[in-house]
Design a protein around this ligand. Structure first.
Ligand code: C5P
Ligand code: C5P
Ligand code: ZN
Length: 447
């Protein structure tokens, strides 16, 4: 279908996985000499689909979304490369999704990964796009379950290595190894938390000083990648020892270490060299309506667009800090089968998912209940984000199914993955939604 079309319109999602998926699709079409255009959306709702219908494109390529509409809108000629849960009656002839092959799209393949595999089948020359697909997978936290990528993702990793764009190694898993001053790396460490150290800047500084780690080299703050091997070893063993001595199990303590994915064509010490940092840079763009910025960076711009992305990154960081504070101030309300907070206008609807995730990772939040975050959208609706611990998924929880059903009952729209899902519902329906959701969750747990 791609080869036979003259013009293709790409519709993708606003997160890092969505932007990398969109970039892979764009580059694939460009290399084929096709005419193409792209747009980024928060979700595929009726307004969005109506617009597509009236635009009258020859072919629409949905990336990192679309699984929910594969059997709808037959008027739109489409292909879908997605990894969200989907109805079992999906038409395989134009929909590529790990769930249709019995694979779990929450960790075995991302939207960018699914798009990449299609791109590779268009031309083996597209294997260099594997690095972007890995940034997408990491942006979607697909390495979280096993502290490394698994499943079909490993095919993508191998392609990336083979084409010389990707390297992997075992290293500390915290965010910001290339660009954050060391003390900041530990201050924001959350999976696992370092007891008595994470969250407190002065404690991080003393922790490093006690280990005789120099925080600065000349005027510059040292980062993790600046450290000698021996220094890294000293810090890692101190963290692991600390976790064990405070009663955390071996399994938690060893989560400090995991696979790191390096984009080896990028410069070390920049926001583009390591997949986690690259993904965060992309999240700073499209989530604030600036998808063109992230897209151009993925497509190779290292000039004005990268500069703009870095500007947006500092705003994004600030918003996350403020968002977390807002969630704390609102306080989490516990019910039998879930816990929730309502941020009102305090957190943008496009980052409520990230904040809900971060909240669930904080020390004092109960991991035995899913966490639901509410935020108001610009057009007066309510955005819902839901996140849960893997242990609940292992016991039968599927947030995608629960949110899809609960939202549908009150004329909202929802979807996602077993471990993380979202929805948009009418304002004022929050209580009704929570009750419906509790009923769904109760049903899912094996008694
Ligand atoms: O839109 P999309 O599917 O691509 O996003 C996946 C979402 O699932 C992300 O927000 C990510 O943070 C979340 N996730 C998670 N834990 C996992 C896997 C995914 O919170 N283990
Ligand atoms: O928006 P949030 O990060 O909470 O979304 C979590 C997951 O649910 C993502 O994979 C997102 O694509 C999906 N989602 C969806 N339909 C919605 C809202 C979110 O499939 N209406
Ligand atoms: Zn995705």
């Amino acid at each position: 279908m791609i080869r036979n079309s003259r013009e293709v319109h790409i519709v993708t999602h606003i997160d890092a996985d969505g932007i990398t998926a969109g970039a892979i699709a764009s580059e694939t079409l460009r290399r084929l000499g096709k005419e193409y255009s792209i747009e980024c959306v928060k979700q595929l709702d009726e307004i969005c689909m109506k617009k597509l219908l009236s635009d009258g494109h020859e072919l629409v390529w949905f990336t990192d979304l679309g699984s929910g509409i594969s059997t709808q809108y037959p008027e739109v000629k489409k292909i879908i490369t997605d990894h969200h849960e989907c109805p079992p009656d999906s038409d395989l002839s134009f929909h590529f999704n790990p769930h249709l092959f019995g694979k779990d799209g929450s960790y075995e393949l991302s939207g960018a990964g699914a798009t990449y595999l299609v791109s590779k089948s268009v031309s083996q020359k597209n294997k260099d796009l594997a690095a972007l697909a890995i940034v997408g997978a990491i942006g979607d936290l697909q390495d979280r379950r096993f502290c490394e990528l698994r499943g079909i993702n490993m095919q993508v990793v191998e392609d990336g290595k083979e084409s010389g764009v990707l390297q992997t190694m075992k290293d500390i898993r915290y965010f910001g190894k290339e660009t954050r001053p060391l003390a900041k790396l530990l201050q924001y460490a959350s999976d696992p938390l370092i007891p008595g150290v994470s969250g407190r800047e002065d404690a991080c500084v003393s922790f490093l000083q006690e280990l005789q780690i120099e925080l600065k080299a000349g005027d510059a703050w040292r980062t993790w990648v600046d450290l000698e091997k021996e220094e890294k070893r000293r810090i890692l063993s101190a963290i692991i020892q600390m976790l064990l001595s405070k009663g955390f199990g071996y399994k938690t303590a060893t989560r400090v270490l995991g696979a790191t994915y390096i984009l080896c064509k990028e410069e070390e010490g920049t926001e583009l060299h390591e997949a986690k940092e690259f993904a965060t840079l992309l999240n700073s763009t499209a989530r604030y309506g600036q998808y063109e910025v992230g897209l151009q960076v993925c497509l190779g711009d290292r000039g004005k667009w990268l500069k703009e992305a870095l500007n947006l990154l500092s705003g994004h960081r600030q918003n996350l800090v403020e968002g977390l504070q807002c969630a704390r101030d609102e306080q989490i309300q516990k019910r039998t089968y879930l816990q929730y907070f309502h941020a009102g206008n305090g957190i943008r609807d496009t980052i409520i998912g990230i904040v809900t995730n971060m909240m669930l990772n904080t020390e004092d939040v109960d991991k035995e209940l899913p966490l639901i975050g509410f935020a108001l959208t610009e057009n007066g609706e309510v955005k819902v984000s839901a996140r849960a611990a893997q242990s609940l998924v292992d016991r039968g929880l599927d947030l995608a199914v629960a949110l899809t059903r609960a939202a549908k009952e009150i004329h909202g729209i929802g979807g996602g993955h077993n471990i993380a899902a979202g929805a948009t519902i009418p304002k004022g329906k929050e209580e009704e939604f929570l009750q419906l959701l509790e009923r769904e969750i109760q049903r899912q747990f094996v008694p």
